[in-house]
Design a protein around this ligand. Structure first.
Ligand SMILES: *Cc1c(COP(=O)(O)O)cnc(C)c1O
Length: 226
């Protein structure tokens, strides 16, 4: 990892976000290196992504299979150490494409998808770590499994051989996110899971202080989306 001198006057959005992660991690007695920054590049063209790659950043996230397929195979061929995260709702009939394209799945949310992904991974011999997305605010319009369904979904995922690394959430908009992050962290602890995918541009520092191991940041790195 490249280290930025604190004396450096000008800083890129990437450096600013990295510095904020480090500050929040230290505040919580955590190591900054334990927090993975995923640059969410949905809607962003390759020209906007390349400067981050050239600055040494390697973890990116997309929410749609079609868009990711158009942008990433070429970049991954050029930079073989890129890690591409799927952070959007996945249809079961896109499971095979998703397994071929992505390296980590953050949106495991129902039994049919568990089965489709397990089958695709078996077939392709590619075993991707997964996060179960939890509908942490119990919102009708949001993706993710209900909190009550988490134990059964986790058991099903483990029984078909998926590697469940942790839990993921997107808290309700417009309210203090900390209680939702704390709840996700508790659910993960209760189920013996170490990974926590939580925190976006507006709240990633809070998420880091509450234990996030992956934060998903778009706007703060790329600017507003159209
Ligand atoms: C778009 C998106 C993000 C990034 O959101 P920003 O507010 O732009 O940082 C994070 N997670 C998911 C699931 C997203 O869809």
């Amino acid at each position: 990892m490249t280290q930025t001198s604190p004396d450096t006057a000008s800083s890129s959005p990437l450096e600013t976000v990295r510095a904020s992660i480090a500050r929040a991690a230290r505040l919580a007695g955590r190591k900054p290196g334990d927090v993975n920054l995923i640059a969410i590049s949905k809607t962003q063209p390759v020209e906007a992504i390349l400067p981050l790659i050239e600055a040494g950043h390697r973890q990116f996230g997309e929410n749609r299979v079609q868009e990711a397929k158009a942008k990433w195979p070429e970049l991954k061929a050029r930079y073989p150490d890129l890690i591409l995260h799927c952070v959007g709702q996945l249809q079961s009939n896109k499971a095979a494409e998703a397994v071929a394209l992505f390296d980590v799945i953050h949106s495991l949310d129902r039994p049919s998808l568990v089965r489709a992904l397990a089958e695709a991974m078996e077939k392709q011999g590619r075993h991707l770590p997964c996060f179960i997305q939890v509908n942490i605010g119990d919102e009708a319009q949001k993706g993710g499994c209900a909190i009550a369904d988490l134990p059964a979904l986790l058991a099903e995922a483990r029984s078909v051989g998926l590697t469940v690394e942790g839990l993921m959430c997107v808290p309700p908009v417009g309210v203090e996110p900390a209680p939702y992050f704390a709840l996700l962290a508790k659910l993960a602890r209760d189920h013996g899971l170490k990974g926590l995918s939580m925190g976006m541009s507006g709240d990633y520092e809070t998420a880091v202080t509450l234990g996030a191991t992956y934060i998903r940041v778009g706007t703060a790195l790329f600017g507003a989306r159209n």
